[in-house]
Design a protein around this ligand. Structure first.
Ligand SMILES: [Zn+2]
Length: 306
């Protein structure tokens, strides 16, 4: 409207000298002013009509500008095959660093020696530690093809650990197989094992695999990657959307790879660096999406016995 006002004032001043037409110009001037006022009222109405939308846009951009608390990416530290040499080191580090972790234990190992039985007790009394089932015999001592050929025996082997040691746990990690049977995901890495793993699900178990493994040399039991290298892998898996569930990463590690001082130092360093990263949060496997719905098996057996 400012431009129109300016034009009106200019035309009025040009004609100012002519007294004969003064009243005509006065009339014209007031007529124009009236027109302008009418037009301004209508413009105001028009802008009032669009205002709600404009206000909404302002509100939206204001809320977008406010710092929104970003949802953290979840990392599940899982340690397989204990209790064995290394389990105690891992547990000490996790407890000292005050981070949650899930141990997938092998039933037979609990009864292997007095030291292993002691470690089992330590695991049970530790805070923020979850203990889950990694079979009784570890696939007949790593004879995977033979083990998975017999679905019934696989279920029995897993149930043996449940009955003796973990009566309230349904979460299982299959030995030597990265397979998943949870509400949101069914996955079998080696198809020959499918029937056996399906049977576990039918028996009421929840099977959880992994997204990334902290690899170690099976002969020397030495980890292949440093804490920094593993951290870079974690970042990369998340950034490339390679986790099975977005923003959730299950990390597999093996207790026995941390039985030496050097390797357990790397574990401590890895955990400390993870804690420093604000974008990540450490969690227990029982809070993984789709795992929360635990089906309780009917209690058919009495108290656990050896
Ligand atoms: Zn294992």
């Amino acid at each position: 409207m400012a431009v129109n006002h300016h034009l009106v004032m200019e035309s009025a001043s040009v004609d100012e000298g002519s007294s004969a037409h003064l009243s005509f110009y006065r009339f014209s001037f007031f007529f124009l002013i009236s027109l302008l006022t009418w037009s301004e009222i209508n413009t105001d109405e028009a802008s009032l009509r669009v205002n709600p939308k404009a206000n909404n846009q302002t509100a939206m951009s204001t809320s977008a500008a406010q710092p929104v608390k970003k949802k953290k990416k979840k990392i599940y530290l899982t340690f397989d095959d204990g209790p064995n040499k290394g389990t105690r080191n891992v547990l000490d580090i996790l407890q000292q660093e005050n981070v949650p972790a899930t141990f997938f234990i092998v039933g037979e190992h609990v009864f292997g020696s007095r030291a292993q039985a002691q470690t089992w007790d330590n695991l049970q009394s530790a805070r923020n530690i979850e203990i889950c089932n990694h079979s009784y015999s570890h696939a007949l001592h790593n004879r995977y093809a033979k083990f998975y050929k017999n679905p019934e025996a696989v279920v029995k082997d897993i149930e043996r650990t449940k009955e003796k040691l973990l009566p309230d746990d349904e979460i299982v990690r299959t030995p030597g197989r990265n397979s998943w049977r949870i509400d949101s995901m069914h996955f079998t890495d080696i198809k020959k094992s499918k029937a056996a793993i399906d049977s576990l699900q039918k028996a009421g178990f929840i099977v959880v695999g992994w997204d990334l493994e902290w690899q170690y040399d099976p002969k020397t039991l030495i980890i292949k990657n440093s804490a920094d290298q593993l951290l870079a892998q974690v970042d990369s898996v998340f950034n490339n959307g390679k986790t099975r569930t977005p923003d959730n990463l299950v990390l597999l590690a093996h207790d026995q790879a941390y039985r030496t001082k050097d390797d357990s130092l790397q574990l401590r360093e890895f955990v400390q660096k993870l804690k420093e990263k604000d974008e990540y949060e450490l969690s227990l496997v029982n809070s993984y999406p789709g795992v929360t719905k635990i089906i309780h098996l009917p209690k058919t057996k009495s108290a656990p016995t050896q």
